[in-house]
Write a protein that binds this ligand. Structure first.
Ligand code: AMP
Length: 418
């Protein structure tokens, strides 16, 4: 079933969204992108004459706490939908059930943070540090049992289930995957956002126009090994950028000063270089760096070859020669995936490399390439530089996007398709 085929008139829909938005210390939303991203789905249901029960998580609470209450986003959601959204102080309990049952067409009920219950994630909480293996196993079994009741209760609020939370699709949680079991094929579907994400991933997995270039940045190799290894089977060019650079440089015998480096991953870096060669992938590494004498925006800075960084200095961005090499490769590409900045883009003086990469992607896109940008920090980059409109698709998923591109089946997607 697709959301466009479904008529929500007179129906109650449980919609799982990802309203895990950043809040400042006064609980003001500092970036409402994720809320806006779910609006087309919510509006379609209301326009049909349906009603909505919204489920989401916010942060990583270990139990109920004001800090992670979804009531902080209630007013903004009401403004965005232009109706007064109702709120249930607890996603379980009598209040939620009564309010859900009383919903009239065109009305919306926001449930309190699903992760206030350990059952949402299905992981035991509060286990003593010295718990024995038996105690751990018993706690795990108990939570899996109570998770069934939790999931069933959420499902009982609605006639149909819509998953529009791509950001959590890689988690087999109660509201993102397990709940789908309680609805038949005609009553469960992706929301519009999820449909778009799935389509974008499909394009870089199954409908590749070549050359295909991936730009992998960010801080650590260790968090990206699997995706890098997997990409070596798919791409023509793999650009390594960001903090990962220096692990590769050191592995190749270069001097990296005090640049970020994972010493236990040097072998792995060499192995990846070797694998790229075997597979005929053009692995593109930085040749120069913008180095600083401290980890700060105001540090003294200069350019130098990436393998000749002076003692006490660290690479915080790529240098001009590298920018040129990266941009040339990107501009000749027909499919582009960008994950992770080329440097510490949070510091104004070290944004240039990331901006150049972003601009090259926009130019390639103008010339007909399909470009997918994903992973929290690269999204922040394209937004910061005002380039979001110039790329083909900006994903709302970080981990979910990477896992999907690794070729893993995401539980949140499988649950709808099953
Ligand atoms: P990730 O979450 O792995 O995508 O990493 C993103 C983070 O990597 C950003 O916060 C960047 O500031 C950081 N980063 C990128 N390049 C460097 C670098 N050369 N040194 C230290 N941190 C970096």
């Amino acid at each position: 079933m697709t959301i466009d085929q479904f008529n929500f008139a007179g129906k109650k829909a449980f919609v799982r969204v990802d309203f895990n938005v950043p809040l400042d210390e006064n609980f003001n939303i500092t970036d409402d992108t994720r809320m806006r991203a779910a609006l087309p789905t919510l509006k379609k249901i209301l326009a049909d004459g349906g009603s909505i029960i919204i489920g989401s998580h916010l942060g990583r609470p270990k139990g109920p706490t004001d800090k992670f209450s979804l009531k902080h986003i209630l007013n903004h959601l009401s403004d965005l939908l232009d109706i007064e959204v109702q709120f249930a102080n607890d996603c379980m309990g009598e209040e939620a059930a009564i309010k859900a049952a009383a919903l009239q067409p065109g009305e919306v009920l926001l449930l309190e943070n699903l992760r206030f219950y350990a059952e949402e994630e299905g992981k035991p909480r509060g286990l003593a540090e010295d718990a024995t293996d038996e105690e751990k196993a018993a706690a795990k079994k108990a939570i899996k049992e109570s998770q069934k009741e939790f999931t069933k209760k959420l499902a009982s609020y609605a006639d149909c289930y819509v998953n529009d939370a791509f950001g959590t699709a890689h988690r087999a949680h109660a509201s993102t995957a397990l709940i789908a079991k309680y609805f038949d094929q005609d009553h469960k579907m992706f929301g519009y956002l999820m449909e778009k994400e799935v389509k974008a991933v499909d394009k870089v997995l199954n409908d590749i126009q070549r050359p295909f270039t991936a730009i992998m940045g960010g801080s650590k190799v260790s968090s990206k090994i699997e995706i890098i290894e997997n990409l070596l089977n798919k791409v023509d060019n793999l650009i390594i950028a960001g903090g990962m650079t220096y692990t590769f440089t050191k592995a190749l015998g270069g001097k990296i000063g005090v640049s970020i480096c994972e010493d236990d991953k040097l072998e792995l870096a060499l192995d990846l270089i070797e694998k790229a060669k075997e597979k005929g992938v053009n692995l593109v590494l930085a040749v120069d760096a913008k180095v600083a004498d401290s980890f700060s925006n105001d540090a003294n800075a200069k350019f130098c070859p990436v393998n000749e960084i002076p003692d006490g200095w660290e690479g915080l961005d790529i240098g001009p020669e590298t920018e040129k090499i990266f941009a040339d490769v990107i501009k000749k590409s027909k499919t582009i995936l960008w994950n992770g900045p080329t440097g510490v883009f949070e510091f104004e003086n070290f944004t240039h490399g990331s901006r150049t990469v972003g601009e090259a992607i926009v130019e390639a896109t103008k010339n007909g390439a399909f470009s997918l940008v994903g992973g929290g920090d690269s999204v922040a980059c394209v937004n910061k530089f005002g380039l979001a409109d110039g790329v083909s698709y900006v994903s709302t998923g970080g981990g979910a996007l990477l896992e999907a591109i690794e070729g893993k089946v995401l539980p949140g997607i499988a649950a709808i398709n099953e």
